[in-house]
Design a protein around this ligand. Structure first.
Ligand SMILES: *Cc1c(COP(=O)(O)O)cnc(C)c1O
Length: 375
């Protein structure tokens, strides 16, 4: 039985008529950029996330970029962020001419090593970007304590719906950046993103920045960009929004089933299972195990039709484009080890229990073969 890493067709099926009607609404209105559809989505998203403002933008990357621009970050400024994350978290910092200051991760939650954040703060630090990686909230209380007056921008791209001690992500830092890339907890039909904030002035700046810094008709107070969310994306997202909570529950149920199946097979002694830290509202955007002989396991699974993925094979400090930041192998050992061990298994909400049994069975077969051949 083939098991895909993600099958969006299963999510689309039951929503097909509603989504096509919503897209038809936009087609009939012929109003494509911002407008009523985007405004309604922003209000509904803000309510769902428990924040005062939600500003729709072109992607999660642009959400992060606009957030940094709203703080006026540029050359000479430093931004502290973890080395184990999607490239965009650091890319936006470099694009503004600021310097990414890297920290290692915690081996349990894969989020920032808070002690290192404290160590790397300097007089030039203008922001800290914790990443709620794989769908689990970072330790926001400790981060807020060490950050002090330094603004925190939460990278919430993978963590729509996660919460720290009951407080949803996106509302704890000065801003939160969300992505609607199709594989995220809430995915659009293409690229899209959102910046959240509880600060009225910051929200106003973000709305200006996404329109080329426009302050009046063809009058530009600052230099912004074209970061506008499309009405078509907003219309699709509005149909999906009421379902996100139940999809996240589906992911959590699948994670719990994996834990049971792995334990029954004795595999919890062989591989490392993801830890849902108490009070962190793990949403399992990714279900990430640590696997001995990871690459061989991944190939073995692929031959059986079970698709697994590696997020991320190369930490940011070892990326060619960041060589000038001045790090070498060994500088961030926890992230480097994770990059060799992690493997994301299918966990999407519509995954069946038979498919999960297939995944666990195939992993069991791999390690049985391995121990037989090494005797
Ligand atoms: C997906 C992702 C982004 C970027 O979002 P896009 O919408 O693809 O631009 C940023 N940070 C993290 C951690 C992500 O997973």
């Amino acid at each position: 039985m083939a098991v895909p890493l993600l099958d969006l067709k299963r999510q689309y099926g039951p929503l097909r008529e509603d989504i096509r009607a919503a897209m038809d609404r936009v087609c009939d209105a012929q109003s494509f950029i911002l407008g009523a559809e985007v405004e309604r989505f922003e209000r509904e998203a803000a309510e769902a996330l428990g924040v005062a403002h939600a500003v729709g933008v072109t992607s999660g990357t642009d959400a992060l970029l606009a957030a940094l621009m709203a703080l006026g970050i540029g050359p000479g400024d430093e931004v502290v962020l973890p080395v184990f994350t999607f490239f965009a978290t650091a890319g936006v910092v470099a694009r503004l001419g600021a310097r990414p200051v890297f920290v290692d991760i915690d081996p349990t939650d894969y989020c920032c090593d808070v002690g290192q954040v404290a160590d790397r703060l300097s007089a030039a630090t203008r922001a800290v970007i914790p990443v709620h990686l794989f769908g689990q909230a970072a330790d926001m209380a400790s981060l807020a304590e060490v950050a002090g007056n330094v603004p925190i921008i939460e990278d919430c791209a993978q963590a729509w719906g996660a919460a720290f001690d009951g407080q949803q992500v996106g509302g704890m830092g000065i801003m939160g950046a969300f992505s609607f890339f199709p594989s995220k907890n809430l995915g659009g039909f293409g690229d899209g993103g959102l910046v959240t904030t509880n600060d009225d002035a910051v929200a106003a700046r973000l709305r200006q920045l996404r329109m080329h810094g426009q302050s009046g008709t063809y009058e530009h107070a600052t230099v912004g960009g074209n970061f506008r969310l499309d009405a078509l994306q907003a219309a699709v997202l509005r149909v999906k929004l009421p379902h996100v909570e139940s999809w996240i529950e589906g992911r959590r149920a699948n994670a719990a089933r994996y834990a049971r199946l792995f334990a029954e097979a004795g595999l919890d002694q062989v591989i490392g299972l993801p830890e849902a830290v108490s009070g962190r509202g793990h949403t399992f955007n990714q279900y990430v195990i640590r696997a001995p002989r990871r690459d061989a396991l991944r190939s073995f699974l692929a031959e059986r039709g079970v698709i697994a993925a590696v997020y991320y094979p190369l930490p940011l400090h070892l990326q060619p484009c960041f060589s000038s930041v001045g790090h070498t192998e060994g500088d961030f050992p926890v992230a480097e080890r994770a990059s060799r061990e992690v493997l994301a298994l299918p966990v999407f909400p519509e995954l069946t229990s038979a498919e999960q049994e297939e995944v666990v069975g195939a992993i069991g077969d791999f390690y049985r073969h391995l121990s037989a051949s090494s005797i």
